[in-house]
Design a binder for this molecule. Structure first.
Ligand code: ADP
Ligand code: ADP
Length: 207
């Protein structure tokens, strides 16, 4: 899944994983799990996430390499928030090629900048279930155990959007050239975006 922060990658990836019975791998979630657990990796990346900068490529690539080795990935995976740089994309292509595999679809969720800030500052996550809500666009149910990501403060959000344009946007051309990029209007309602991506995924791999 490619798109700027707040495009809806996590929201869509979770549902797609459920519907297509694939694992959902979010590098952001993996980093946050490590930070919460106080692991060595967590300690190394905590300040980076808080600043809105990107974690160095080697650390990120190693994390994904390990995760993709797990047996639950044999049917494939939905990668959310990875790759985010050209070196990461090239490393991923290499990893997959070693296994005789490749990326089948790179869904690009397109959303304009004005909308991103409101989406991210209004984002809330349920601590227990990991579900993603929005105070206005996807209100949480009564009794949800909500938290707000520290990097969703407006100042950090702007830094993350700048990182996206500097480092991640060039991947659009990379995957367009590879013939796997498909663009989706991320300003549609959550359910409508999902329906379009599911249809594109099912075209590749008829049920
Ligand atoms: P990303 O993983 O790309 O950063 P998220 O999936 O976490 O994005 O979504 C960011 C915020 O926007 C969340 O609060 C989510 O509920 C909300 N959101 C996601 N998709 C939509 C949509 N299509 N319309 C309105 N709000 C959305
Ligand atoms: P969002 O859903 O808003 O796009 P993520 O949860 O994907 O945010 O990422 C949160 C933070 O984790 C990023 O700002 C960055 O610091 C770090 N991160 C996540 N994925 C990567 C990656 N592939 N490369 C480098 N840093 C990453």
């Amino acid at each position: 899944m490619i798109g700027p922060p707040g495009a809806g990658k996590g929201t869509q990836a979770k549902e797609l994983a459920r519907l297509l019975e694939l694992v959902h791998i979010s590098t952001g979630d993996l980093f946050r799990d490590n930070i919460r657990a106080g692991s060595a990796l967590g300690k190394r990346v905590e300040a980076v996430l808080a600043s809105g900068a990107l974690v160095p490529d080697e650390l990120t690539i190693e994390l994904v390499r390990e995760r993709l080795r797990a047996p639950d990935c044999v049917r494939g995976a939905i990668l959310d928030g990875f790759p985010r740089t050209l070196p990461q994309a090239e490393a991923l292509s290499g990893l997959l090629a070693e296994a005789g595999d490749k990326i089948s679809l790179a869904p690009y969720i397109k959303v304009s900048d004005q909308i991103l800030v409101e989406r991210l500052t209004g984002r809330r996550t349920d601590r227990r279930t990991g579900r993603i809500y929005h105070v206005k666009y996807n209100p949480p149910p009564e009794g949800a155990d909500l938290e707000q990501r520290p990097d969703d403060a407006e100042h950090t959000v702007r830094r993350r959007i700048a990182e996206y344009y500097a480092n991640t946007a060039p991947l659009l051309e990379y995957y367009r050239k590879a013939g796997v990029l498909r663009e989706f209007d991320g300003e549609l309602a959550i359910a409508d975006v999902l329906q379009l991506i599911v249809a594109a995924a099912r075209e590749l791999r008829p049920a």
